[in-house]
Design a protein. Structure first.
Length: 138
C-alpha cells in the first residue's frame, strides 16, 4: 500500500483503556502517526526526522508512565510488557537512523507504526487495564 493511499487514523473506542491519562497519551501518539501519514509523501528529510525523534521521546515518557502504573498495580506481566516497550523504542530509533541514511521506505515505516498501534494499544495494553483499574479504585 502506498502511503499516499493510507487514510488518517481515526480514534477507535477499542483503543480506550478507561484510564484517562493513558487514553490522552495514546491519542497524542495517534496524532503523531497521523502527522507522519500526512507529511511523509512530500516532507523534507529533516521534518520526518524531527517527527520520529519527537515520537520516540514522547513514547518513552508514555511507556515510563504505563510501566509505573503496572508496577504499582502489581501487574504480573510487567517484565514482558516492558520488553515490548523497549523493542518498540529501539525500532523507532532504527527508523530515525534509516531515514537519516536515506534508506527508509516511508510506506514500510507507516505500516510498521500502524501495525504497532493496532496491536499494542488495541490489544496488549488492554491486558494490564484491569490491574491498574483495581489499584485506582482502592
Amino acid at each position: 500500500m502506498d502511503s499516499r493511499e493510507i487514510e488518517q487514523v481515526d480514534w477507535n473506542k477499542s483503543f480506550d483503556t478507561g484510564i484517562e491519562q493513558i487514553d490522552l497519551q495514546h491519542r497524542r501518539i495517534v496524532e503523531m502517526i497521523n502527522q507522519l501519514i500526512a507529511d511523509a509523501p512530500s516532507a523534507k528529510g529533516e521534518v520526518i526526522t524531527q517527527i520520529l525523534q519527537a515520537m520516540r521521546r514522547y513514547i518513552a515518557e508514555h511507556f515510563s508512565y504505563e510501566e509505573y502504573l503496572m508496577r504499582e498495580a502489581g501487574y504480573k506481566y510487567l517484565r514482558q510488557h516492558t520488553a515490548l516497550h523497549q523493542r518498540f523504542i529501539d525500532k523507532v530509533g532504527e527508523l530515525v537512523v534509516a531515514h537519516e541514511q536515506g534508506s527508509l521506505n516511508h510506506d514500510t515505516m507507516i505500516q510498521f507504526l500502524l501495525s504497532w498501534l493496532l496491536d499494542h494499544i488495541g490489544h496488549e495494553d488492554q491486558d494490564y487495564v484491569q490491574s491498574v483499574k483495581l489499584l485506582q479504585t482502592k
